[in-house]
Design a protein. Structure first.
Length: 221
């Protein structure tokens, strides 16, 4: 599959949401970080904002749920307009059942792992998911430095996905920018969440193009 850039709107100006979404019109996805101040120590967005995003952009919406009890709440984000919903392995009571429910609703189902969560317990379940999100910072706040100790985990997941076959994406989220995206791509990631690297740039479209160029060049090598 082609490499994909999914800018996170966590640091955008929500008073001008439509304009901020226009800044990333050349991206592949809009990444929406949902935090509940329980699973992670931050409180951000909910379904109402996802609905507003869906009304304001033609890009598909990629929701990352950093919340407790995603088994209960995740399906509501599909109803709000998300085309991809990712929940945390550490929070889900029945991850396979939840993934199947999200798929039945017409969305892609992703499973996310914190930096310290081993991947091995989930490798046998890969066929149940459309995406594996590997956090490269501790979830909760944007702007954190990239944890390069996560690169071997990306490689392990890519190897397992290659053996499994099928359309399973490997996403990285946290500290992704011009200085780190090449290493992520070389390790096997193909979907890249970038927040401050895009929204803090003078021209977000130029930043997206540059990130895409660096990732593609890394894969080519």
């Amino acid at each position: 599959m082609a490499l994909q850039i999914a800018p996170s709107i966590l640091t955008c100006d929500f008073a001008h949401l439509a304009d901020e979404l226009d800044r990333i019109a050349t991206a592949d996805w809009v990444h929406v970080d949902v935090m509940d101040n329980h699973f992670v120590p931050n409180l951000t967005l909910g379904p109402a904002v996802v609905e507003a995003v869906a009304r304001s952009t033609r890009l598909p919406i990629d929701c990352h749920l950093m919340i407790e009890d995603p088994d209960r709440w995740a399906p509501g984000y599909v109803e709000a307009g998300a085309g991809s919903v990712t929940f945390h392995a550490e929070a889900a009571a029945a991850p396979v059942r939840l993934a199947r429910q999200l798929r039945a609703q017409g969305a892609r189902a992703g499973i996310a792992l914190k930096p310290a969560t081993p991947v091995e317990a989930y490798l046998e379940l890969l066929a149940e998911f459309d995406m594996v999100l590997l956090m490269t910072v501790e979830p909760g706040f944007g702007g954190q430095p990239f944890l390069d100790v996560c690169l071997p985990k990306i490689r392990r997941v890519r190897e397992a996905v290659s053996k499994q076959g099928g359309d399973i994406w490997v996403q990285v989220d946290g500290g992704v920018g011009e200085a780190t995206i090449e290493a992520c791509a070389a390790a096997g990631a193909d979907v890249f969440v970038a927040g401050s690297a895009v929204y803090d740039a003078p021209d977000s479209a130029v930043s997206i193009a540059r990130l895409r160029e660096l990732a593609e060049a890394s894969c080519a090598h």
